[in-house]
Design a protein around this ligand. Sequence first.
Ligand SMILES: [Zn+2]
Ligand SMILES: [Zn+2]
Length: 207
Amino acid sequence: MDKTASFEDAADLGGRSSAGADAILVSPIGPIDSVLSEAVCREVQRIFGARVRQEPLLSSVEFALDLERRQYHSTRILEHLAKRVPPSTLKIIGIVSVDLFIPILTHVYGEAQLGGIAAVVSTFRLLEPLGPVKAKADLASRLGKEAAHELGHTFKLRHCPNPTCIMHYCRSLRDVDMKSLKLCPYCRVLLEDEKKRLAKQKLRQPQ
Ligand SMILES: [Zn+2]
Ligand SMILES: [Zn+2]
């Protein structure tokens, strides 16, 4: 195992609130295996019960490269995604393959705007210690969990003490592998409340 600490994310508090709209967009950025992006679509559809569409919006995240750290600043990626969302987007999750960080942590698996519209997740740290070929299915499962976790933050869900819940904060891949592909009953209620609130907000908005 590597000696560096592992951090799932630190949800960014500065996200703008989303207009209650239709589809969750899954947006691969750069070379992402379609098996992985399709696995994310499936999990997102299953967990959030929304319409899911796959659509690439950015061709690269080089704008987020930090030359000193040689990693990519995930908050900048969130800002770019949030600016480019097409109409009728409920939430957007970008999938990247580069190493993500936020300044206070060595790295993150992903990041999200808490109660906002954008989230991002990376395959980079989720590969350890699978090796180059072993089990694309394992990677797809981890990526599905992390994508759902980050999207959960955009629906205002915070970290959950239940270690099997998708919203549990994972410090290592062992933690990621331990959690299930489900929200605990408590987080499920919070998600449904937020979905209802967004639907009502949409009804009040002129189309
Ligand atoms: Zn989190
Ligand atoms: Zn929970």
